[in-house]
Design a binder for this molecule. Structure first.
Ligand SMILES: [Zn+2]
Length: 250
C-alpha cells in the first residue's frame, strides 16, 4: 500500500481486527452485485470505499424520478441514464483505485455462464433473478449475501455454498412461493430501509472477503423497521431442496 492508500483505509486499519493482509484480501476480491436499485445503491459505495478490488454491477434499468426517494447514488442529473452508468461514475469518484464494471443487462443463467466471482450480493427485486443467482452460487460453491426490502420489512441472509449441509436461498423460499408482483412499485418501501439492509449486506461482504467473523452465515435476519425490531432465525438445509440437496463437495 502506498501512503494515499494507507490514509484512505486508515480507519479500517486502525481496527484491532484489521491489518494490511485483510486489506489486500479486499483488493484481490472480485464480487458481483446484482441490482443497482435501493439495496445496490447502499451496498456499492461501501464496497468500493472499503477497497474491494473488482465490483461487477448488473442492472438493466434507467434512473426514474420515483427512484430518488431511496436510491442515493443517483441525482436529478442522472434521470433517464442507465443506472449502472450513473452508478459507475459516482463510484469511480468515490474510489478510483478499484474497478467498477457496469453491465447493462437483465441477469439470466446465460449471462452467468463461464463467469467467476468470489462472492455474490443479490439486491435484485424479483424471485426469478434470485433463483438464478442462488443456483449459480450453489453450483460454483461460493457465498451469497441476499437482501430484500419491501414496505417496512427488511431481510438479510448469508448463504455459504462452499460447505455441505448449509441452507441455500431455495431452501428458504421454494420456487413459485415468491410473489413476482409484490414489488416496491406496488407496495412501496420506506426509503432508509434499503440503506439499512444494503449497508448490512456490504458489512457482511467485507467480513466475508476479509475472512473475519461470519456470524450471520446460516441465519435470516428480519428487520421490522416500523417497530424497530430485529429478529434472527436459524436456517436449515431442506433435504428436498431442488438446488442444493445431495450435493457432493470435495
Ligand atoms: Zn437449498
Amino acid at each position: 500500500m502506498d501512503d494515499a492508500q494507507l490514509l484512505r483505509y486508515s480507519r479500517h486499519l486502525l481496527l484491532p481486527q484489521w491489518d494490511a493482509e485483510i486489506q489486500q484480501r479486499l483488493t484481490d476480491a472480485r464480487v458481483l452485485l446484482v441490482g443497482a436499485g435501493g439495496l445496490g445503491c447502499a451496498v456499492a459505495p461501501y464496497l468500493v470505499a472499503a477497497g474491494v478490488g473488482t465490483v461487477h454491477i448488473v442492472d438493466d434499468d434507467e434512473v426514474d424520478l420515483s427512484n430518488l426517494q431511496r436510491q442515493i447514488l443517483y441525482g436529478t442529473t442522472s434521470l433517464g441514464q442507465p443506472k449502472v452508468a450513473a452508478a459507475r461514475q459516482r463510484l469511480h469518484d468515490l474510489n478510483p483505485g478499484v474497478q467498477v464494471i457496469p453491465h447493462r443487462v437483465r441477469l439470466d443463467a446465460g449471462w452467468l455462464t463461464g463467469r467467476h466471482f468470489d462472492l455474490v450480493l443479490d439486491g435484485s427485486d424479483n424471485f426469478a433473478t434470485r433463483y438464478t443467482v442462488n443456483a449459480f452460487c450453489v453450483r460454483q460453491g461460493i457465498g451469497l449475501i441476499s437482501g430484500a426490502a419491501l414496505g417496512w420489512q427488511g431481510q438479510l441472509a448469508v448463504f455459504d455454498a462452499s460447505k455441505s449441509g448449509e441452507a441455500c436461498y431455495a431452501c428458504l423460499y421454494h420456487f413459485g412461493q415468491g410473489d413476482e408482483e409484490d414489488s416496491c412499485t406496488r407496495s412501496g418501501v420506506i426509503g432508509p430501509l434499503v440503506g439499512v439492509v444494503g449497508s448490512m449486506m456490504a458489512l457482511e461482504a467485507i467480513k466475508w472477503l476479509g475472512q473475519l467473523e461470519r456470524s450471520v452465515v446460516g441465519a435470516l435476519i428480519v428487520y421490522d423497521a416500523l417497530h424497530s425490531v430485529f429478529r434472527q432465525i436459524r436456517l436449515r438445509q431442506d433435504p428436498e431442496c431442488p438446488v442444493c440437496a445431495g450435493r457432493n463437495l470435495a
